[in-house]
Design a protein around this ligand. Structure first.
Ligand code: UDP
Length: 243
């Protein structure tokens, strides 16, 4: 492990929290809902207090998705860059919420924008984590045709995170959509290959394949559950472990 310090909650030293942009919009259909951003920031604070080093990747789907833009006639790469910029807005919103709780944070962008946040320099990001700053990785991978799920997997691998915690609206991975089917069954554990072959919506296929190659577990849990992030790190909250 590269430069991590002593162990925090449930034996984890360093983790990646991936949330979609939509998690920040609350019950609105679009954009940011400040009380929801603050609620998630408190979840992060509660884990940070236990001594775990925390990386975050936040999507941009609450503001802009490249695929939707290109479906409306926009050039795909331009639309994807707009999506990446949306993730920077979300990262700044989360940074503000975390800092108002007294945490130290850094936003690090895959697309340099020096007046707004730091550029991505791996060793510098590791140093921030060692100093117990929450590091929010923005602008995805910096490349079009990717998603923030892949960005989270990539950065988690580069930062030697022990697992990716994917906070969603449901408490794990189900054999079919639990919102639409009462008889949907949740998996406690599932392999990367089964996620891919059964086309389960955990993360996109390139993110799953990258996690598999790097032996990086993905833990899916409900971010709507109060104390869910801390609970899943401690192994007490319901979740599915992919790996
Ligand atoms: N995006 C991209 N490259 C990346 C990450 C994101 O082009 O490495 C763009 C892509 O257009 C995507 C948008 O940013 O639709 C928002 O990210 P994502 O869809 O992953 O957000 P989420 O669904 O997690 O909110």
């Amino acid at each position: 492990m590269d430069g991590t310090t002593e162990t925090g909650a449930a034996g984890y030293k360093r983790v990646m929290l991936k949330i979609s942009g939509e998690a920040l919009m609350g019950d609105q259909g679009f954009g940011l809902h400040p009380p929801t951003v603050e609620r998630i920031a408190r979840e992060v604070q509660s884990v940070h207090e236990t001594g775990v080093e925390i990386c975050m990747v936040i999507g941009g789907g609450n503001i802009f998705r490249g695929l939707q833009g290109s479906a409306q006639g926009m050039e795909r790469t331009t639309a994807d860059y707009m999506g990446m910029l949306a993730t920077v807005m979300n990262a700044l919103a989360m940074q503000g919420a975390l800092e108002s709780l007294g945490l130290h944070t850094r936003v690090i962008s895959a697309i340099p924008m020096d007046q707004v946040c730091e550029p991505y320099i791996r060793r510098r990001a590791v140093r921030h984590l060692e100093k117990k700053r929450v590091v929010i990785f923005a602008a995805g991978t910096g490349n079009p045709y990717f998603t923030t799920d892949t960005a989270a997997t990539l950065r988690a691998s580069e930062m030697s995170c022990e697992a990716i915690f994917k906070g969603t609206k449901v408490d794990g991975v189900y054999d079919k959509d639990p919102m639409a089917h009462d008889d949907a069954v949740r998996y406690d554990r599932i392999s990367y290959d089964d996620v891919l072959s059964k086309h389960l919506k955990v993360m996109d296929a390139s993110a799953i394949a990258l996690a598999r190659e790097n032996g990086l577990p993905i833990v899916v849990f409900s971010l709507d559950e109060p104390g869910g992030f801390r609970g899943v790190l401690a192994g007490t909250a319901t979740h599915t472990r992919v790996g």
